[in-house]
Design a protein around this ligand. Sequence first.
Ligand code: HEM
Length: 207
Amino acid sequence: MAATGAALYLFVTIHLLGNLQVFLGPEAINSYAAKLKSVPEIVWGARLGLLATVGLHILTTIQLMRINAKARPTAYTKKANSASTVASRTMYLSGPTIAAFIVYHLLHLTVGSAHPQYSETDVYSNIVFGFRVWWVSAAYLIAMGLLCTHLRHGVQSMFQSLGFNHPLQTPRIKKFANAVGILYFTGFASMPLAALTGFLPPFFERL
Ligand code: HEM
């Protein structure tokens, strides 16, 4: 689970950095997307790798749920959540919600069937016009919030799986995980917010 989580982290990081180029203007992000698409081996290799990784991440989640259920066959009569966080208790909920978000996201920005004016080549205008629909941006912000609580808990669990669990190290790891969650949320949320508020200036020069 930790290994597939780390691989998904890598994808999310590359995807975030790639998309943040929207702030550099249409040429930057459109030529980046065109360059990626011009090498189908990379695109399809990454897609298949991503699909396999997501599949394995879900499979290991199911295995973990089974192990947990076996370890505690009878439910607690009174459940006091002493050491867990909201993020850790909602991992099983945020996971499927993120999966549903990805399906919508693909129809919105990759296939284009859920987009008001999709263009095959103009990723910049797909982002700008896609996020100008306020409820779409609102849904993205909620999904990004869930994704980032998932990522935050994921970082913490990854360190625990690697054996870092110590009264001195654990508070530092928690701080680091919080910072990671906030950083990724800020990065992802900045795009719908910028499109909604018109904070992508080069776009207006093209109108
Ligand atoms: C505001 C945040 C996001 C923006 C602006 C964004 C933007 C985009 C765009 C423009 C594409 C289409 C690229 C192209 O066809 O050239 C895309 C594809 C994709 N995005 Fe995102 N994305 C965001 C968040 C996410 C998140 C959080 C995830 C995963 C957890 C994700 C996963 C994907 C996947 C799997 C694809 C399909 C890649 C492919 O196979 O072509 N995206 N995204």
